[in-house]
Design a protein around this ligand. Structure first.
Ligand code: UGA
Length: 459
């Protein structure tokens, strides 16, 4: 098939590259020339494990065509996938302007009936608005909603190992065609060495599962347009709720002497509950959960429903970061003034350079407000963090430089290289033996044995 994908972010580029490797001709459209130049050179412009070599392969075999031009791509395409950003407006509602500006260019350049696949996260009803948009311009399209469930850091493996494929719309024929198209991506698991993409795949799960062992047809769910749109935001809201629930239980564990990791292992074995996304820590951040929960709350409000459960989840998440800040203060005798704190990790989660709504950065900002001296490090997000933190912190050149003179070490983003560190090697450069494991990933017993004062979140 010939396909155009509008938007080359995590979803657009990953999907585009994989569709190209599955044998389709794929135009990746973006308005940002610089990004397109980087893709043309065979690289991704953001860090996503394993993606660079796949981009290179798809560019070299000329199946992936980065372009600014709708004139070049749309007339040739049978399917157009929308994967542009849908940021939050200040009131929490979702800004759809990038979608509709892309639709203008698509409508102007289409020369035949096409399938428009909506992959950007949107409020329910957007698919119908897209249908109306084309109808009012006398253009024939089938609109299909195809929500995306990949996570940053494991985008490739999530795409070639889908737990489910949701496709919504009115046209059975269009839905079948799109399911077939994405089955091509799923089947790449036979060609690619999945070991190359697993490093960050089970950070928030007990273990990684191979869903592709179940036939693709049994993982496809066909549904109506509105339901498919609803699935996406419901999944993200539910996952955010799971995390906040775990964080709240962690706060009770802190008061009761229980260990949250053991408690969650205990309830996670209940197959009705499941261990995934019950890892307590700083709270949830990133480009999706904050935006999608705000959007769903706003949508409910506008439609006369007070979504008080989700409101409480959002509130509890903002409170969690203040709780961790307070914990750091308590550890350092309620006074951070002039104290040196080493913060390990700045990305919103491991495996990505993304710092959108990163709670590690929020934590640094909170600590700066109390006049602490911060030394920070991140394997991939250091440059991005500079745009937020400027010269207010010392950017560690390496671990040693970051930990120098630290009176408190905080593990803020659980990169494996930090989790596996032998902190005892750095004892002579530390000013104190205090460690705050804000992601509950360090080996508490070992650290205590080595003479460290260990603090976790509910441990
Ligand atoms: C999330 C969803 O997991 C994806 O399924 C979805 O496709 C994506 O949003 C999206 O809407 O595009 P992502 O934001 O990349 O993916 O990352 P997650 O792994 O979900 O983590 C989100 C945040 O929750 C991170 O800050 C992470 O540190 C935190 N988290 C996650 C926890 O604190 N504890 C957990 O147990 C799980």
């Amino acid at each position: 098939m010939n396909i155009s994908i509008v938007g080359t972010g995590y979803v657009g580029l990953t999907t585009g590259v994989l569709l190209a490797l599955a044998g389709n001709k794929v135009f990746c459209i973006d308005v940002d020339k610089k990004k397109l130049e980087i893709i043309k050179s065979g690289k991704s412009f953001f860090y996503e494990p394993g993606l660079d070599s796949l981009v290179k392969k798809a560019i070299n075999n000329k199946k992936l065509i980065p372009t600014l031009s709708y004139e070049e791509s749309i007339p040739e395409s049978d399917v157009v996938i929308i994967a542009v950003g849908t940021p939050s407006n200040p009131d929490g509602s979702v800004d759809l302007s990038f979608i509709f500006s892309a639709l203008e260019s698509i409508a102007k350049n289409m020369t035949k009936k096409i399938i428009v696949v909506q992959k950007s996260t949107v409020p329910v009803g957007t698919g119908r608005k897209i249908e109306e948009f084309f109808k009012s311009r006398d253009k024939e399209v089938d609109v299909v909603s195809c929500p995306e469930f990949l996570s940053e850091g494991s985008a490739v493996i999530d795409s070639i190992n889908m737990d489910r494929f949701i496709v919504g719309g009115d046209s059975d024929n269009a839905k079948q065609k799109i399911a077939k198209l994405f089955q091509g991506i799923d089947e790449l698991n036979k060609e690619l060495d999945i070991e190359d993409y697993l490093e960050y795949a089970s950070i928030y799960k007990k273990k990684h599962q191979l869903f592709f062992e179940t036939p693709f047809k049994d993982r496809v769910i066909f549904m109506d347009l509105e339901s498919a749109e609803m699935v996406k935001v419901t999944a993200n809201a539910f996952l955010a709720m799971k995390i906040s629930f775990a964080n709240s239980i962690a706060r009770i564990c802190d008061r009761s002497g229980a260990d949250i990791n053991q408690v969650m292992d205990g309830i996670g074995m209940d197959h009705r509950i499941n261990r995934a996304f019950l890892y307590a820590g700083l709270g949830w951040g990133g480009g999706c959960f904050p935006k999608d929960t705000a959007g769903l709350i706003k949508f409910a409000d506008e439609n006369g429903f007070d979504f008080n459960i989700l409101k409480a989840v959002v509130e509890s998440n903002s409170d969690q970061i203040n709780f961790v800040t307070q914990k750091a203060k308590d550890i350092l005798n309620h006074n951070l003034n002039g104290k040196t704190i080493a913060v390990l990790g700045l990305a919103f989660k491991p495996g990505t350079s993304d710092i959108r709504s990163s709670l590690s950065i929020k934590l640094v900002q909170n600590l700066l407000q109390f006049n602490a001296k911060l030394r920070v490090i991140d394997p991939k997000a250091q440059e991005g963090a500079r745009s937020m933190l400027g010269d207010t912190v010392h950017y560690g050149k390496n671990i040693e430089d970051t930990l120098k003179d630290a009176e408190l070490i905080i593990l803020a983003t659980e990169w494996p290289e930090f989790v596996e560190l032998d902190f005892s090697r750095y004892r002579n450069i530390l000013k104190s033996n205090k460690i705050l494991d804000a992601r509950n990933k360090l080996d508490k017993k070992k650290l205590v044995k080595q003479g460290f004062e260990y603090y976790g979140i509910g441990r």
